[in-house]
Design a protein around this ligand. Structure first.
Ligand SMILES: *Cc1c(COP(=O)(O)O)cnc(C)c1O
Length: 348
């Protein structure tokens, strides 16, 4: 790995108390080029613009995927990652689907560790504070032929973050017209186009007063699949239900962790399809206790209500909710507060 340090840190210009998500980036970035059929020697350089030809393939055909993960600082100032190997595995699942060459594990892990150790001051300690890490790969070959690129860039950038949805109202619209993913499609991959395509339906929902869209299956709009860019959980009675992952649903690491920790707590977890009807019936008979989203950015966020076929349903506020218990259990592992029975923490 080649390393070129920033001469002067920009950290003193950052107002860590008033961060809006994804706007400010740490001093360095990790860059690795795929040229002549192989990943070249990676480097860490100051965060800076990159130069590309306008014919760079990713700009035309969207051959690009990303990951999202975080680093956390414990009360002793040590920096930790959470299940980073899962991100590496998923990155390569996404790459495979988009015909991008696999990225080597040791480049990914060593690159992350070195970058985080160089920019460790950017990881603030304290509840909710973290450094959001964005690894991504894109097709950089200057060629507009509709074919897989022969050149790629893999980059990791980091952005300081606070927990960015607050605990207030979070109402969602159950989407019955637009779809996020289809059978045989790329919904399971963190492929850039999946997200760009969500903006329009989400903005329509927002005009109607909802914060996010709950995606349903593209075939029948009968099953609940994901909440925005989060996996979704429904609690009916004391049962916690979440949809199985498939080629439409992203295999979230927060989802996976929440399922495991819920089982550890003795909660009855069912991984199965959930119909909208089941949810509506459960609201009406009072057995619906919680719905929540799960993803790296927010960990777990309770949904307070949902709109479906022009009716707004309010969810009860429950004491000692599964959402709260699971969020606490996950974050205590992330911040090195609790034991780590599944060895999810990785020190930097
Ligand atoms: C990234 C993502 C998630 C959450 O995955 P985590 O690994 O928990 O962050 C869920 N759904 C979609 C569509 C996503 O892109």
């Amino acid at each position: 790995m080649k390393i070129q340090r920033n001469i002067k840190t920009r950290i003193d210009q950052v107002d860590f108390k008033n961060l809006s998500f994804g706007e400010i980036f740490s001093d360095h970035m990790f860059v690795c080029d795929y040229l002549n059929g192989k990943w070249n020697i990676p480097k860490i350089i100051p965060y800076q613009p990159i130069s590309l030809y306008p014919s760079a393939s990713a700009l035309h055909y969207g051959q690009t995927v990303f990951e999202g993960m975080k680093a956390y600082k414990d009360n002793n100032g040590k920096v930790w990652m959470f299940r980073p190997k899962e991100n590496w595995l998923r990155l390569n699942k996404s790459c495979e689907r988009m015909m991008i060459p696999e990225f080597p594990e040791d480049y990914f892990m060593k690159g992350l560790k070195k970058l985080l150790s160089m920019d460790s001051d950017w990881v603030q300690s304290g509840d909710g504070n973290s450094l959001y890490i964005r690894p991504f790969v894109f097709a950089s070959q200057p060629n507009v032929q509709a074919a897989p690129s022969k050149e790629y860039k893999f980059i990791i950038i980091c952005s300081p973050a606070k927990s960015y949805y607050n605990d207030s109202e979070f109402n969602v619209l159950i989407e019955e017209k637009y779809s996020r993913a289809a059978d045989g499609g790329v919904g399971y991959a963190k492929a850039a186009g999946n997200y760009g395509a969500q903006f329009y339906p989400t903005s329509i929902a927002q005009q109607k007063g909802y914060l996010q869209v709950v995606w349903t299956d593209a075939n029948e709009h009968k099953y609940i699949e994901e909440a925005g860019t989060m996996n979704i959980f429904v609690r009916i009675g004391d049962k916690l239900i979440t949809a199985p992952t498939n080629d439409r649903i992203l295999d979230g690491i927060t989802r996976k962790s929440a399922i495991q920790l819920a089982k550890d707590m003795g909660i009855n977890v069912e991984v199965r399809s959930i119909t909208i009807n089941e949810v509506v019936n459960a609201v009406n008979d009072g057995s619906l206790k919680e719905i929540f989203g799960a993803g790296t950015a927010v960990v777990i966020i309770p949904i307070t209500g949902f709109g479906y076929q022009n009716i707004d349903y309010k969810l009860p506020s429950v004491k000692d909710s599964y959402a709260k218990r699971l969020k606490r259990a996950i974050t205590e592992i992330q911040y090195n507060i609790s034991d780590d029975p599944h060895q999810w923490r990785v020190g930097v």
